[in-house]
Write a new protein. Structure first.
Length: 319
């Protein structure tokens, strides 16, 4: 632990050292949450060019299943998450194969309407099955008690980092590393990247394009299942609407970083988290209610100068 040094006038300022560090920690933890959802958006968009508007509700539904297994049935929480991740990946792949593939050839808007319909189906089903009241206790992948924290700076006020925040950061880091290894070091990843780059050329050289499209949806569904359980604990809320705002900020993060970039999803999520946290603190007229407006302003600025996002690939059209 570090003892807080007394600087003349520092406690009289709005931004004390500890307040700034605490806000920064919260911003990066929130940004990591948004990065998780942005990753699900990127994994689907890279291969299919579609946006799954039901991604948040899929994660929400998976989290309720984890709740049933881990809280109501007493299973180990990580065993419950692992089984739900496997199940969600299978369902995500089947959803793409059975519904998305047949419909996308008939209409450009069909997949959009389909995912919007799935949004309402999952939302209403969760409310019907588990009720509309928040659930407590929630699945706890990480220690989440009042004393489960690391005190970094002692004083009035003190600065600490919770194990929940560390858990979110570690989860994002591990997922990014695993995805990078999968896409860069395996034949499966090479085929996935080939389809993402040019599906028609990949089909000519014998790559099973349809299976790679299913893989993208499966990976997104699996990441979403992990994200839902972690977000429920970190945000301390589990109800049928708890993923709505998170998905919105996840779309914002993917838009800023680039819809086809894993690195962009992470950096975009962190940037959105920083803007969301510090904008109301720096500009008191904004307020927490208008923090989304500031995030959208950042998106507009980024898209004005780089329509493909900070790390997205620029689309080249041959004529």
């Amino acid at each position: 632990m570090v003892q807080l040094l007394a600087f003349p006038g520092i406690e009289d300022n709005f931004f004390t050292l500890t307040l700034f560090l605490q806000n920064l920690t919260n911003a990066l933890a929130n940004g990591a949450v948004y990065a998780l959802m942005a990753l699900t958006v990127v994994m689907i968009y890279k291969t299919t060019g579609h946006l799954n508007f039901a991604q948040g509700e899929m994660a929400m539904f998976c989290t309720f299943i984890v709740f049933v297994l881990a809280v109501e049935q007493g299973w180990n929480v990580w065993l419950a998450i692992g089984l739900v991740v496997i199940g969600s990946m299978i369902v995500g792949a089947l959803f793409e194969r059975v519904l998305i593939q047949p419909l996308e050839s008939r209409s450009v808007l069909a997949p959009v309407i389909l995912t919007l319909g799935l949004f309402f189906i999952l939302n209403g089903s969760a409310a019907t099955i588990w009720g509309t009241n928040p659930k407590d206790p929630k699945p706890a992948p990480f220690p989440g008690g009042l004393d489960d924290k690391i005190d970094v700076i002692t004083g009035q006020p003190n600065f600490f980092i919770t194990f929940k925040a560390l858990g979110v950061w570690v989860t994002v880091g591990v997922l990014v590393i695993l995805l990078t290894l999968l896409l860069q070091k395996t034949k499966l990843g090479l085929a996935y990247r080939a389809v993402a780059a040019n599906a028609e050329s990949a089909l000519i050289v014998g790559i099973p394009v349809k299976r790679m499209l299913m893989l993208g949806w499966a990976l997104a569904a699996g990441i979403g299942a992990i994200a839902g359980a972690i977000i429920a604990q970190y945000r301390n809320v589990l109800d049928f609407n708890f993923m709505g705002a998170v998905l919105l900020f996840g779309f914002a993060a993917a838009c800023v970083g680039g819809f086809d970039s894993i690195k962009g999803a992470v950096i975009g999520g962190l940037l959105v988290g920083v803007v969301e946290t510090f904008a109301p603190a720096m500009f008191t007229f904004v307020g927490n209610e208008l923090s989304l407006v500031m995030v959208l302003l950042v998106i507009l600025i980024v898209l004005y100068f780089r329509p493909q996002g900070l790390f997205g690939s620029k689309r080249v059209e041959r004529v």
